[in-house]
Structure formats: structure tokens, C-alpha cells
Design a protein around this ligand. Structure first.
Ligand code: ADP
Length: 228
């Protein structure tokens, strides 16, 4: 692991072509996420938060500029190489849990580890530990539909970190929850990030949660800028 930032966006551009105009979402945007840092991305709907997270997480390619993950420039890599890096080094959490409905909570957390080739027993042990840590260990055998919204998000967070990624990217991870549940789920997420030394970029509309992170950034005229 390099000593520099875990994640860097250098002069990243991202545009969508519409029928009569070009929509510029990122315009030579720069950003740097330090190791162990937890940064809030706060911007109104439609500002480009998802685009930024997808680009940073190698789900989308920038139109120009590069994404550097742990010192590795990812722009010129093949799709296969980008997929491998994303699978190993990036964890995603979305507003909706996106758990597989026909599998138990435990199996959902085992899945990314199995895809990576881990033995079922080892994957199962780690999955149970993560669910315990997220305080949903007792619900391990339940399917997503049998869990509350807060529990589903806890499982989704456990799944996102199952392969011990370098970076956690979260798109409104508590946006779908009531304020009290949201606060509890965020507390668990925060503890996990802090305890594991993970670096995280978390989009949220919730100012109170944003204040609990190390820094806050927003999107302005296609740039990523710091807000107080
Ligand atoms: P946010 O996450 O902040 O709500 P998004 O990144 O989802 O914002 O979207 C930013 C803007 O880009 C929106 O105006 C959206 O309609 C547009 N957009 C997002 N994805 C696409 C796409 N694949 N094609 C065209 N426009 C898109």
C-alpha cells in the first residue's frame, strides 16, 4: 500500500450528451481521499453525486482525467482489470440495499468472498463476524424481506466490506431510513470504518451525519470543492 492518498481523481471530466445540449457533470474535477479518512459528499439531487461515486469506484470511465486507486492509475486499464480492482478494493453501499432476495443475510455477505475464491467455511465465519459487528448477527439466517430497513442496510454494509476493500463508497446509505434508524445505522458504519482504517466517501443529504465526518465536499460547476 502506498503512503499517498488511497483515492485520487485528477482533472476528471464526465459529460452526458443530451439531444440539444451537453450536460457537464464533472469538469476537470480533482479530489483526494486520505487513508482512514471519512468524507461527506453533500450536494442537491441531480448535482452529480452518483456520477462521481460511480466514476471513483470504476463503474464508469471518465471522459478525461484519471482515477488513481492506491497509487494505480486506472484510466488506461482494461475492463477486466478494472472489474478485478473494483471487486477487491472498492465497497459500495447504495440507498436501497440491493441484497439478493432468495439468499439469507449470511449468504449475501458470503457472496463477494465466494466470488473471490474464498472457501465457504472461511467466508461464512467472516460474514458472521461482520454481521455481529453490525449488530445483526442474530438475523443471519433471515432473508432480506424478513428484515427491517435498518437491518437490511446493516447487512448491505457488511457485504460491502466483506472483501476488506481499501475504499468504501456510499450513495445516501441511510437516505431511505427514518431519522433514529438512520443515526443508529450510521453509527455502526462509522465504527466499522474507524475500526478497520477504511477510507470512505459518503454521499448524504443529512447535515447532522455530514458533520460527524472528517470533511465535507460538494459539487460546484463540475468541481469538487470543500464546504465548512
Ligand atoms: P445525484 O446523484 O447528485 O442525484 P446524478 O449523478 O445521478 O446526480 O446525475 C447528475 C445529472 O446527470 C442528472 O441531471 C442526471 O439526470 C444526469 N445523468 C445521470 N446519468 C445519466 C446518463 N446515463 N445519461 C444522461 N444523463 C445522466
Amino acid at each position: 500500500m502506498s503512503a499517498g492518498p488511497i483515492l485520487q481523481l485528477t482533472s476528471v471530466g464526465r459529460r452526458y450528451n443530451e439531444i440539444d445540449r451537453e450536460l457537464v457533470i464533472l469538469d476537470d474535477a480533482n479530489f483526494s481521499l486520505g487513508k482512514g479518512e471519512m468524507v461527506a459528499l453533500v450536494a442537491p439531487s441531480g448535482a452529480g453525486k452518483s456520477t462521481l461515486l460511480h466514476t471513483a469506484g470504476l463503474l464508469e470511465r471518465p471522459d478525461n482525467g484519471d482515477v488513481i486507486l492506491d497509487g494505480r492509475a486506472c484510466g488506461s486499464l482494461s475492463d477486466e482489470e478494472r472489474t478485478a480492482i473494483r471487486r477487491n478494493d472498492v465497497g459500495f453501499v447504495y440507498q436501497f440495499h440491493h441484497l439478493l432476495p432468495e439468499f439469507s443475510a449470511l449468504e449475501n455477505v458470503m457472496m463477494p468472498q465466494m466470488i473471490r475464491g474464498m472457501k465457504p467455511r472461511v467466508a461464512s465465519e467472516r460474514a458472521q463476524q461482520l454481521l455481529d459487528y453490525m449488530k445483526v448477527g442474530a438475523r443471519a439466517s433471515h432473508r432480506p424481506s424478513e428484515l427491517s430497513g435498518g437491518e437490511q442496510q446493516r447487512v448491505a454494509i457488511a457485504r460491502a466490506v466483506a472483501n476488506a476493500p481499501l475504499v468504501l463508497l456510499a450513495d445516501e446509505p441511510t437516505g431511505n431510513l427514518d431519522p433514529v434508524t438512520s443515526s443508529y445505522v450510521f453509527e455502526a458504519l462509522e465504527a466499522l470504518v474507524r475500526q478497520s482504517g477504511l477510507s470512505a466517501l459518503i454521499a448524504t443529504h443529512n447535515q447532522e451525519l455530514a458533520r460527524r465526518m472528517d470533511r465535507r465536499v460538494t459539487l460546484k460547476d463540475g468541481k469538487i470543492v470543500t464546504v465548512s
